[in-house]
Design a protein. Sequence first.
Length: 358
Amino acid sequence: MTVEDGPAVDEELTPAPPKRRSRITPLGKLVIFLLVLLVPLGAFGGYVVKSSSGSKAGHEVAVVIEPGASASTIADRLQKAGVIKAAWLFRLYARIHGSAKDLKPGEYIFRTNMSYGNVVAILEKGPKIEFTRVTFPEGKTVHEIAQVLQQDAGIPAADFLSECASGRHTTSILPKGTKNLEGVLFPKTYDLKKGITAGETVDLLIHQFEVETASLDWSNAAKLGVTPYQALIIASMIEREAKLDKDRPKIARVIYNRLAKHMRLEIDATVEYAIFLKTGSYKNPLLTDDLSIDSPFNTYRIPALPPAPIANPGLASIRAALNPASGPWIYYVLINDKGEHGFATTYAEFQRLKNSRR
């Protein structure tokens, strides 16, 4: 080895320049992951929008979803009705949005070619409950209420009357074992939901009676010498006789005064009810012969109250029966076309009032 050659150099021991390491942070990795995930989801979303919203919603269709129906069953039914185009897309859409278990049963009105989002939103909210507004005026009987229900709500009168007589519906004011619901079907305007049954309607009217009369002091009945049910009977007669609210407490007082004297009440409305029970129709005006009809409701023959209410009274008449006016009257008579009654303590005075209207 010569000096010119210099020292030997081992090339394998010469260190290589350092390599540059990747500097992707955890946040960067997360961004990349999300981009990878969102691209196909975006494509799916675009497909859903394109396939479900590309055409305008069409005609209305009715779809019934039974209780307990799965998302798969609902999807198939919607596709068959033309509401959506693809059942599998609906199932996937509902699953992604966490709605698969929140779809409510019921009767729906959709349109064909609706978007999946709109359909799911409707099913999550539930069906719109349709109502029929029905009014029962004060003083109507069970039979008259049945006719109104049949005419205005489509509930067969026979079904309603059968429920009323079944003994399955009651309230605390009724004597034990009483099946006659006359008097406890509260007169009011009701919004009856579509599909309500005759039995449910009976319960609704009885419940409303309980609500409306809950604040009344029924203990007043005992102070007046009657039971709460008898006070209701009196209220029903007041309802059929009175035209003006101011007369109701006075008519109530006449009834109590006559009962205290063991006098026959001689109330025309009870005769009208007796005739109705026998013939199926009301008669007005009454003839003299009608006053002798053989019936426990005919207060021209019996010196007591009828055995049951003759109508379904409103709150004003029930209040009057529990809170009669103070006075000695034992007669009353209609004295003008405004519906006002005159009140008398003697028969002669009664006749003068009666003749003054002629």
